[in-house]
Design a protein around this ligand. Structure first.
Ligand code: MF3
Ligand code: CO
Ligand code: CO
Length: 256
């Protein structure tokens, strides 16, 4: 059940892969603005990964055609970058970037707000980031996996937003998607499964202004809110240490 448990030497590799993902976000951030297509952002990521000896974990995964996912406004996850999708003032967009470097995967996603964004959209984006950070803060050896979903619910529910139940976080490491599944809502199934040192997984809550449910576009990937409501997501790759948690998909400071 907990197949994504890794040794300390692997944590060093995961840290390097995660750092690369974070640096790629820094590289693309100035370009995620009104007038730029999601296809162009995809090309920038592909070039950065190539230049740094890494590869996109997404490209070719179950036939996925691009190097990243770009999910705009009502898209919950797995939006396919396209030259036809041009970012405009008021949009919110999630860029989800998974890279493999020297055999280890780092998976993270961030929201970008394009120009003047509505108060509601801003609250959604902020609440989702708060939910991820709150969930990360409770991770430690001995903590049941169900605490993650419980913590996310406690942050999201007071705002009246819904949590997508259709997509989960996941174990990760030498493969992109591994066990365990990480639920972003409370499920008693995980009350008895406790975090152990070495466990590596993602937390990636998706929250919506309207209903939690999704519909999938004809492309077989793009998952949209069923009611056209806005959706936001943030994601990090994490590792459980002897006494807490490490976020792999943050930049390393130069002293490391
Ligand atoms: N990065 C996504 C995740 O968080 C996976 C995308 S798979 C793809 O798990 F094929 F859609 F790219
Ligand atoms: Co993920
Ligand atoms: Co991801």
């Amino acid at each position: 059940m907990l197949s994504s448990v890794y040794a300390p030497k692997d944590f060093k590799r995961l840290r390097v892969s995660g750092d690369l993902v974070a640096r790629c976000f820094d590289f693309i951030s100035p370009h995620v603005v009104a007038g730029v297509s999601t296809g162009e952002i995809d090309r920038l990521v592909a070039q950065f990964l190539k230049d740094n000896g890494a590869r996109s974990s997404d490209l070719g995964y179950m036939g996925y055609p691009k190097s990243i996912c770009t999910s705009v406004n009502d898209v919950i996850v797995h939006g396919i970058p396209s030259d036809e999708v041009i970012l405009k003032d008021g949009d919110i967009v999630n860029v989800d970037l998974t890279a493999e470097y020297h055999g280890f995967h780092g998976d993270a996603s961030r929201m970008f707000m394009i120009g003047n964004v509505s108060n509601k959209a801003r609250e959604l984006v902020q609440t989702c980031q708060d939910a991820l950070n709150a969930a990360i803060s409770i991770c430690a050896p001995g903590v049941p996996l169900s605490e993650i979903g419980k913590t996310i619910e406690a942050v999201v529910k007071p705002h009246g937003f819904s949590i997508s139940h259709d997509f989960v976080g996941h174990g990760i490491g030498k493969v992109m998607h591994d066990e365990p599944e990480i639920f972003h809502f409370y499920d008693k199934m995980w009350d008895n499964v406790k975090m152990v040192p070495g466990l590596v997984f993602t937390i990636e809550p998706m929250i919506n202004t309207g209903k939690p449910d999704c519909v999938i576009d004809a492309d077989g990937w793009t998952a949209r809110t069923v009611d056209g409501g806005l959706s936001a997501q943030w994601e990090h790759t994490l590792g459980i240490t002897e006494d807490g948690v490490i976020i792999f998909t943050e930049k390393m400071n130069s002293s490391c």
